[in-house]
Design a protein around this ligand. Sequence first.
Ligand code: BJ8
Length: 425
Amino acid sequence: MSENYKEMWKNLGLDLDQHDALLKVLGKGYQDIYLAQKDRPEGMGYFDFVMSEVHGLRIKELMDEKVAGRKVIGSFCVFVPEEIVQVADATLVGLCTGADFAIEEVEKLLPRNTCSLIKSAFGFKLGKVCPYIESADMIVGENTCDGKKKSYEILKNLVSNLYVMDLPQVKSAEGRALLKAEYVRFKEAVEELTGITIDAERLKKGIEIVNNKRKAIYRLSSLRKVDPAPISGLDALLANQVFFYDNPARFTESANKICDELEKRIENGEGVFPKKTPRLLLSGCPMAVPNWKLPRITETSGAVIVGEESCVGERGTRNLTDDSGTTVDKLMEAIIDRYFQVDCAIFTPNPDRLDHIIEMAKTYKADGVIHYGLQFCQPYLMEAMPVEKALEAKNIPTLRIDTDYSMEDVGQLKTRVEAFVELLK
Ligand code: BJ8
């Protein structure tokens, strides 16, 4: 970290000792997992810098923005519409959910058999180690899976600014009407928080900023179709993770820059792994920073990850919002249409997700798919079997992995992934 941010962290109410311990583990993990990779694109230097300053410079930027009158809104889900936040001079940030922390404290509030992602959100709050949640003016929870929606009933006792958004579970006309009502209610809540009235001009601008960011990350994903892959799955995942934290315009520019570099690599036939390295698609639960366990195991087992069917990946970024409307109402309808396409496993039934996984496996020329489910995540674990069946019907080999954030199963996972990669060869 380039500066001393202790005072800022103290003012945010962080537990400095615990936070130091977290940063130490994170730094070591990053060194061992990311910086140890070979032939990384030069443009990854930007993402390395962002990661080295993820609790430092980025938080300072947010604090400076707050002094200048902007608000910070924290979220746990890709259903929180960034367009609406952007246009009201506020910044949307993903909240920390990718590592175990203060587990003993967490299990005093949540059942042991809660997924790691939810436990992590509570752990970062209880351990006082997440500067994002502490700097947020509003924290948005969403009624998605049962675990999340029930946990918000408990989280609201730990924070003073929780806003809960209801979400549909069925892709029906009634489901869309619920999403519309909730996005309108959210827009009003954001207007109240920021004191800004969202008009058509602002909304159009917000859509443009977020679309540009999505186009850039989608461009990066598309470049992974070629063999040899010009970027590792770990690095591409990192770019997808940084998508949730960085300043949008700067992210767009940096992601496009790395794409320019990858295009040159492709022209020269250069890749991060040799040609014909088995190619895998990851599909399932989102992987938030610093959840790099399975990608690392996979890419040190003789395979390369070429795509993520995940909310930290294409499920979250694939669709753009139509910005051709000229009224707030029309633009809001376009936003609703865009988000209603997100095929999260909380929807029932959810056939679109199966189609997308098959489509992605084909597009990215994957030799196989690893379905990643977090233990106790019923929506994704329940969908794992139909996914496996659908893929195998198309002769796409599939490996189902259920895991959590602990490191206890690393050896066992590695053995299974290696055996799967051997089979693909
Ligand atoms: S749109 S995937 S970000 S809800 S892993 S907490 S589902 S028990 S994260 Fe998600 Fe939004 Fe859906 Fe995407 Fe529950 Fe499963 Fe835990 Fe999960």
